[in-house]
Design a protein around this ligand. Structure first.
Ligand code: FEO
Ligand code: CA
Ligand code: CA
Ligand code: CA
Length: 657
């Protein structure tokens, strides 16, 4: 989702960032936790230094920063120039093909795209809107030598005014018909589509039995883990508290080692209407920014009363989870894994620890919110896929506290430990995971500059936390892991778990951390950016969002920036993370006007890069009739369409080098 308003859903007010809902930004920790509780926490094994607010962080951490690298990058492509064009562009010597567009049929029943007659039944059989996270899962060859695999893609949100004709002002959204609301709900969620490569070019296979749509409209999803069946998840439609219709705002995600997808529910608050004070869940709803009219559409709750919190106060507790499903079994029911906590999950950075336990890192994308870690109690079994089926229901959720000496401590969010007791409204682990943000507030997590994707280097095991921006951080709050006030451009942290290279310990209580880079314009001293010294005038960027490592350990970053602030559109930037070319970012791909470049992934052979181009044409004054671009079709009868692009090297070969 855009980090700053750019016209968005028809009116700039729609996609303004949520106001910060973290009370610790205005309260001291002492307001939240009594001294007695601190002492109890210390007795329970939580270091009291971890319970102090971030004001104790200082600049001494800069002494830990590595000296700037000064050698060449291992990435030899010729970088693009910054720009903001009607069309997408890729570095010279590479080809880009539009692979899947909003409305493309995923099934062979003929329900194709008709922009003047989109219906929910059509949309549930078509590729969804605003593609985000992408993952490629190889399938065995059919024997014809052609590569094939499943492309799994999230659909994050919708742009009503670019999807439908005649949506010209806010009033149109308030009176949005049920038919149009249903199309939008059907356009959210996830698509699984088999793709095959023929003579270097990938295309969809609409006859594949693997193809599937998961939607916000009609997909039944089960709930597992500590909150499953809890009274706070029960509604009049689902008294069991274990079955939810739909998944919302699926942003980034991850692939587990056993080949299931994790798709993360991010800005779920946008869909709910009603006054929090009129519900028994007021404190909870306010901490997630749910209060007042829905930013998706006030019409949603008219057509579906469960989205009115005054009518159904527990419904929001059923969203904000990490959802797991098996893309190889199109009949399987997705599962909301509540053990991982309820926040505005950007994505899920997954790795297997040296002892076999699975570790998942998650950012909660909100100004002044936190970075989380989940560690399974049982090890992953690489020889028995079924044994891993419910692995994510049993483990320890923690939240990061960054210390001023360059260390960080993972603070467990476990019912009964420290302040997470009945005295503070936590009566079970279900309460802890449902109100994960408040639990993290209580233990003293470090408020961050909008944590987006977290990626683990396959080479070093180091953990890269992408912080997109935070224009609200004050000079008094700028320190340590969030070093800049009014952080308009964002930065990336590198977390270093302890242990030898072949036994790195992602489950350790304490890591080290340092700033990997600070985004912004290196030619502008007031930006206070930091990159490799050789970063070019086209290699700098603003507001990094998603990332992916290639098989050589290079990091591919996508941006979600304010195009008016930078003067150019979003793109893909690649860099080494180690060695002489560390943090030498180079521009590889540019999205078309108004777009955000989001989910990126590479095939295991590193020869294809897939990337989502989200909301092309999302700019002030742009709508269905007069969009600022008609990418990728450029037909006057068609609006711009979000699409996944496949990038290959002309003549074949590895991407980037
Ligand atoms: Fe959906 Fe935080 O980007
Ligand atoms: Ca996004
Ligand atoms: Ca973003
Ligand atoms: Ca994102």
């Amino acid at each position: 989702m855009p980090s700053t308003p750019r016209g968005g859903r028809n009116s700039a007010c729609y996609f303004e960032e949520d106001p910060c809902s973290n009370p610790r930004v205005t309260q001291t920790i002492g307001d939240l936790i009594s001294r007695r509780t601190l002492l109890q926490a210390a007795a329970a094994g939580l270091a009291t230094s971890c319970l102090m607010d971030t004001s104790d962080a200082n600049e001494s951490v800069s002494a830990r920063n590595q000296p700037p690298a000064d050698g060449p990058s291992t990435l030899t492509f010729q970088e693009l120039q910054h720009g903001n064009d009607l069309r997408a562009a890729v570095a010279p010597g590479y080809d880009l093909h539009v692979l899947l567009r909003w409305g493309d049929p995923l099934f062979s029943d003929g329900l194709g795209f008709d922009p003047l007659d989109q219906t929910a039944p059509r949309q549930t059989r078509q590729f969804g809107y605003n593609c985000d996270f992408t993952a490629f899962l190889p399938l065995p060859s059919d024997g014809d030598g052609r590569l094939r695999g499943l492309l799994c893609v999230n659909h994050e949100y919708t742009n009503t005014n670019l999807m439908f004709p005649g949506v010209v002002d806010q009033h149109c959204l308030e009176t949005l018909s049920k038919e149009r609301v249903d199309v939008e709900l059907a356009a959210l969620g996830h698509s699984v589509c088999e793709i095959r490569q023929d003579r270097g070019r990938w295309s969809a296979v609409p006859t594949s039995p693997f193809n599937r749509r998961i939607t916000a409209l009609d997909t039944e999803i089960s709930v597992s883990g500590p909150a499953a069946g809890h009274p706070r998840l029960q509604t009049s439609q689902d008294p069991s508290g274990t079955r939810v219709i739909g998944t919302l705002n699926n942003c980034a995600g991850g692939v587990t080692p056993w080949g299931t997808m994790l798709i993360c529910e991010e800005n779920f608050n946008s869909y709910f209407s009603g006054q929090a004070s009129q519900t028994p869940e007021a404190r909870n709803h306010l901490r997630y920014g749910i209060d007042g009219p829905s930013r998706f559409s006030p019409a949603l709750a008219n057509h579906y009363p469960r989205f009115n919190i005054e009518h159904e106060p527990n419904e929001p507790n059923r969203f904000g989870w990490v959802v797991e499903f098996d893309p190889f079994d199109p009949d399987s029911m997705p599962v909301k894994r509540t053990a991982l906590g309820r926040v505005k999950h950007e994505g899920a950075g997954i790795t297997v620890n040296h002892d076999g336990r699975v570790v998942i890192y998650c950012g909660d994308d909100e100004r002044f919110d936190y970075v989380y870690r989940f560690v399974t109690n049982r090890p992953y079994d690489p020889h028995n896929r079924a044994a891993n089926r419910d692995l994510l229901d049993d483990g320890v959720l923690s939240v990061a506290r960054f210390n001023d000496d360059g260390s960080l401590r993972w603070l467990p969010l476990v019912y009964g430990s420290g302040p997470l007791t009945s005295k503070h409204g936590f009566h079970s682990q279900a309460d802890v995971v449902i109100e994960a943000r408040r639990a993290a507030d209580m233990v003293g997590a470090t408020p961050m500059d909008r944590p987006e994707d977290v990626e683990v280097s396959p080479q070093s095991g180091h953990v890269f936390v992408i912080l997109t921006n935070n224009s609200k951080r004050t000079p008094e709050q700028a320190a340590g892991p969030n070093p800049r006030a009014i952080n308009e451009h964002g930065h990336i942290l590198e977390l270093v778990p302890p242990g030898a290279a072949d036994a790195i310990d992602h489950c350790a209580e304490t890591f080290q951390w340092e700033v990997f880079l600070k985004a912004g314009n290196p030619a502008k001293p007031s930006d206070d950016s930091s990159y490799h010294a050789a970063t070019s005038a086209n290699g700098w960027f603003s507001s990094p969002d998603n990332g992916a490592f290639d098989s050589d350990g290079r990091l591919w970053l996508t941006t979600d920036s304010d195009h008016q602030l930078t003067g150019f559109g979003d793109g893909i930037y690649a860099c080494d993370v180690d060695g002489a070319g560390r943090a030498l970012t180079k521009l590889f791909f540019r999205g078309p006007r108004g777009s955000e470049v989001s989910g990126v992934c590479l095939t295991p052979d590193n020869e294809t890069l897939f990337v989502s181009v989200q909301h092309p044409g999302e700019e002030d004054g742009s709508d269905f009739q007069k969009p600022s671009t008609r990418w990728p079709d450029f037909q006057s009868s068609k609006p711009p369409r979000p699409a996944v692009v496949a990038i290959t090297r002309r003549g074949g070969g590895r991407i980037g080098s």
